[in-house]
Design a protein. Structure first.
Length: 180
């Protein structure tokens, strides 16, 4: 953990929270509306919302299941990263998520702290930047929309550069000639 990870900046740290849903909610409806309601819930609990990325339908990780509605919110947070993590878990529970669910299983709401300013935080409960960020289009694309110049503190690349590497077409085995 960086030395200043527990002390928030005056006015709050700039953060990006990834949001996803692939199950409807009884009150909010379809997954896209769940994501919008989650942004409102975060704002009601202290996140100063600066921008919201468009919600996109994406394929799930892991076993076959429903497609996800994924997006992200950029804002300022007046507390610590651990305080924000507690809020994210509380909001997930308020939307019906239960601890101990199946990894990569269907869920009404998933909130991930993707970035906390330029900080690198590694504790038992929290790793920031999110460990899968550079490999997951559904998290990286909204980050690029919200903060393209953010620099990954370990990989030393901007969000835009990480997206360029991830989105770069790769040759397929079918398209390769024999002997290549």
């Amino acid at each position: 953990m960086t030395p200043d990870a527990r002390r928030p900046l005056a006015g709050g740290e700039v953060v990006v929270v990834g949001l996803g849903s692939n199950r409807p909610h009884g009150r909010y409806g379809a997954p896209e509306r769940v994501v919008a309601a989650a942004v409102a819930a975060l704002a009601a609990h202290g996140l100063t919302v600066e921008a919201v990325a468009p919600v996109e339908r994406t394929r799930p990780l892991g076993p076959a299941q429903r497609r996800f509605a994924n997006g992200a919110v950029r804002g300022r947070w007046p507390g610590t990263a651990q305080d924000l993590l507690r809020l994210l878990k509380s909001v997930e529970r308020s939307f019906g998520r239960r601890p101990g669910g199946r990894r990569w299983g269907p869920r009404v709401l998933d909130c991930d702290l993707l970035v906390f300013g330029g900080q690198r935080i590694a504790t038992r409960e929290l790793v920031v930047p999110h460990p899968g960020l550079a490999r997951r289009a559904f998290a990286l694309r909204p980050l690029v929309a919200l903060w393209p110049d953010w620099r990954h503190p370990l990989l030393k690349r901007s969000a835009r550069q990480l997206w360029g590497r991830l989105a770069k077409p790769r040759p397929t085995r079918q398209g390769m000639r024999r002997g290549s």
